[in-house]
Design a protein around this ligand. Sequence first.
Ligand SMILES: [Zn+2]
Ligand SMILES: [Zn+2]
Length: 440
Amino acid sequence: MLLLYYLLLQKRMKLLSRILLLSLFFPLYSYSEVDLEALYLNLHKNPELSFQEKETSEKLSKILEDMGFEVTTQVGGYGVIAVLENGPGKTLMIRADMDGLPLEEKTGAKYSSVNKSTNQAGAEVFTMHACGHDVHMTSLIGTAQKLISNRDGWSGTLVLNLQPAEERGSGARAMIKDGIFKRFPRPDFNLALHVSADLPAGKVAYVPGWAMANVDSMDILIKGIGGHGAYPHKTIDPIVLASQLVNNLQTIRSREISPLDAAVVTVGSIHGGTKHNIIPSEVRLQLTLRSYTDEVRNKTISSIKRISRGLAEASGLPEDLYPKITLKDEYTPALYNHPELTNRIKLIAEQALGPENVIKSTPVMGGEDFGMYGRVEPKIPSVLFWLGAVNKKVYDRSKRDDIDLPSLHSPFFLPDYMPAIETGVKATTAMALDILSNPE
Ligand SMILES: [Zn+2]
Ligand SMILES: [Zn+2]
């Protein structure tokens, strides 16, 4: 019996000495390394829709807590803010978005998502990370890991923002409303990346200045006076009025806005009537409007109102039946990349990845609500850069044979995830180290 105790004690001592030895090599704040590939695959297989990112946010906040961040959950929905105060210096916020899309994945990948969830309308839908937000989250965790294990190499405050509901254009607004810039250290700089569906993995791209558009959704309810299709003179036909309006709206872009300014007015949906021989009493239009500057945005909206009223008046409608115009509040403001900061991160990316892997790109009319974090008063210099995500061979073949690549939001969009994530981590870590090592 005594011998058994002795042996047990010996074993424990051995274990204790091993732990002591290990802690000599690894500082006390060390944690087990996150397997980024496993994390990516897990996120990819389990997408959650906008404002439903419960499990995703729980998973990620647990990882960040284990790393030693001070983590706050439920910020503007399922948003997560993780803070690491590491001495005096600048405060940098790095943001990754968490939501997936209501799409059925058709990439054929072994790790495809087969998840379903309930959308806003109560219907059961497939879900897919078709905008690469799974790459964004994994890169953010990889960057956090690098920065935390290199704590002595920088000084300042790191704020990680895991944002909900980017796809609805409301997550950033919800987090700002919930006080991210008041409850947590206010950033001197904001940084984010977004995967690109036309850039090979291993490369990044930057756009100084206006990079992505103001995105507005608008509903127009056109009223008329319905009646029999054979007696049009006794009606005011809202289908004719809607047709005139759709055509007239195109003159805003071509005749009212400078040819040098960008703007888009698209009528994406038109619905009216039920039967061949009935003139209905209303037609509904749904529009998307794009622009860069506030002036062009305001001009486009006021022109739509003026033209709608003008055509209604010309058709003889009484004022109480003039078109009803509703601007949806899911408005995403244009993304403006602070030119100086863009130039700075471009130079750092060139050092980290090689100049051949850093490309100057052109603005697009897509939307991203990251821009909102820079528009608060006083403004915060912000940059979002593009992270190449296309498999190199697929990219080369598409160029050679002139084949279109699947775009973001396509059920066929399949990032070459490990090279993309590694590049994202490398570039973001280098940028963060530069910002958090310089007093200016
Ligand atoms: Zn998207
Ligand atoms: Zn996206």
